[in-house]
Design a protein around this ligand. Structure first.
Ligand code: PLP
Length: 512
């Protein structure tokens, strides 16, 4: 028997039953699930990379299809997200050959061999055969940690990269790196007092996941005037302040190379961070998804946290570390396939079991993503039939990315009131822009942050979608935006030109 029916909004009611427990009910016209009744933690999540700017960009994209005459541009350029194939980066041929053979095993039958050999190189056919022998069908669930054969290949890749042993049992294949990060953060946090140190600016996966699990972000600032470097003092200050407030700081997230900031850490800096975590009893989460996007390899090569940790003295050999990698980045850019993995270093065996348990809840990572992880970690090598083409494709993308990174930084640095650090790695630039007071006032009138106001102006004028710095966090009183340097190289001059024109007219309008 319902005793009380209280109206809360136009559409939902709270019912108190005979036990006086509350439940929500819909009216004849309303929904049971509304933003009033939904999980409040989900409601609190912010995710700028897919926020207001990209939603408007999507609408403009639709408008271009219907009535292009009303807009000053002929294309929306999505620089809001590191999604290379969306901006026409070509997939690596060998990877797609193997993936397509795995998808259609009919092609591997003896009776089709003569025909298929005309289209596919022998090493792609052989690789698909090996994979299918180990996978069975791509339509079947796999082991929840990922296919054993592929985890073995990942372990060999890590060994070749670092020169230290890796155990396939310590590797979990995931749906992109994101899923792994979410799982690990879920495990690391107990309640609102559990703190995870995150860089500011940061990739919003981290702040969003912390909101979802209702744990405390413990920010540490990257130093823009020192190429977005981080110092041990800043880390110490941040952990001390958090602990004084009663936060139980458990882990430190490092994004290396950085997103949105593009810096690549030196080996000495990595050592300092490991020492800090060791002394403060903090678990390290190393997000290394951009490990092959390194544009100044002599000055700033990539060092994995695992390698540096293993090279340090015996007192560091119990340091807990999770490291994440992905098939979405590098020269591969297979974002939509959702391939990734994480390696657990020095993690308690009982926790490894818990990780396995939560991986089992979603049965298994998708098998197409797992195949891509196999290819990323075990690509063609010298002497293989496909190697020359594979190398040519990877080198061409890599060199072009380097050229585009330099060109876009030059373009930004040439704009009035804009300064931009070079990208040492990753796929982004994060310029700082000093906005005139008139623009700040105009933004206020529109109910927008000044950097969103600028970015929205850019989108409406040029079709270029970037993300305001407030979506990543920035030093109070500073304004930034993040742009990828992924637009096609043959269109890059036009792209830079339209940004220059927009900026000039924006400044002419609002200059104090
Ligand atoms: C730093 C960082 N980590 C993780 C991810 C997520 O990548 P994935 O596609 O593998 O989930 C991204 C994506 O942009 C990223 O920039």
């Amino acid at each position: 028997m319902i005793r009380t029916l209280l109206r809360t909004t136009k559409t939902s009611y709270i019912q108190l039953n005979q036990h006086n427990t509350i439940r929500f009910a819909s009216t004849k016209h309303g929904k049971v699930l509304t933003t009033e009744t939904m999980h409040p933690l989900v409601k609190s999540v912010e995710y700028a990379v897919r926020g207001a700017l990209p939603i408007r960009a999507e609408a403009l994209s639709q408008q271009l299809k219907k009535d292009p005459s009303k807009l000053n541009f002929d294309r929306v350029v999505f620089c809001n997200i590191g999604n290379p194939q969306q901006l026409n980066q070509k997939p690596i041929t060998f990877f797609r050959q193997v993936a397509s053979l795995c998808e259609n095993p009919e092609l591997l039958k003896t009776e089709n061999r003569a025909l298929v050999s005309k289209l596919y190189p022998a090493d792609a056919i052989a690789r698909a055969q090996v994979l299918l022998k180990n996978i069975g069908s791509v339509g079947a669930y796999s082991h929840s940690k990922g296919i054993t054969h592929i985890r073995e290949n990942v372990a060999k890749f890590i060994e070749r990269r670092d020169g230290y042993a890796a155990n396939p049992d310590d590797i979990f294949l995931t749906q992109g790196a994101s899923e792994g990060v979410q799982k690990v953060i879920q495990l690391l946090t107990q309640n609102q007092q559990s703190g995870i140190m995150i860089p500011i600016p940061q990739y919003p996966l981290y702040s969003a996941t912390l909101s979802l699990v209702d744990a405390a972000p413990v920010p540490y600032y990257l130093n823009e005037s020192q190429s977005w470097g981080l110092s041990r003092e800043d880390l110490q200050k941040s952990v001390d302040e958090a602990r004084q407030k009663g936060v139980d700081v458990r882990a430190l997230v490092i994004i290396n190379p950085g997103n949105p900031t593009g810096q690549c850490l030196s080996e000495d800096n990595i050592k300092e961070i490991i020492q800090f975590c060791h002394e403060e009893r903090i678990v390290l989460l190393a997000d290394e998804v951009y490990q092959t996007n390194i544009y100044q390899p002599e000055r700033r090569p990539f060092h994995s946290f695992k390698k540096v940790l293993k090279s340090m003295g015996p007192e560091y050999q119990e340091q807990e570390l999770f490291s994440f990698h992905s098939t979405s980045k590098g020269m591969i850019g297979e974002c939509g396939r959702r391939g990734g993995y994480f390696e657990c270093v020095n993690i308690d065996p009982a926790i490894m079991e818990q990780l396995y348990k939560i991986s089992s809840i979603s049965l298994c990572p998708n098998v197409h993503g797992q195949i891509m992880v196999d290819l990323m970690t075990n690509p063609p090598v010298e002497g293989d039939e496909s190697y020359p083409q594979y190398k040519a494709e990877v080198d061409a993308i890599f060199q072009s990315l380097g050229r585009r990174a330099t060109k876009l930084a030059q373009c930004f640095n040439g704009l009035e009131g804009v300064t931009c650090n070079d990208a040492e790695g990753a796929m982004y630039l994060f310029p700082q822009i000093s906005l005139p007071n008139k623009a700040i006032e105009a933004a206020k009138k529109e109910g927008m942050t000044p950097d969103s106001f600028y970015a929205m102006g850019m989108l409406e004028a040029t079709g270029v979608c970037v993300i305001p710095g407030s979506g990543f966090g920035q030093e109070p009183g500073t304004f930034h935006f993040r742009s990828t340097f992924l637009p096609e190289e043959n269109l890059f001059d036009k792209f830079c030109g339209s940004l220059e024109d927009f900026h000039k007219s924006f400044m002419d309008k609002y200059r104090d």
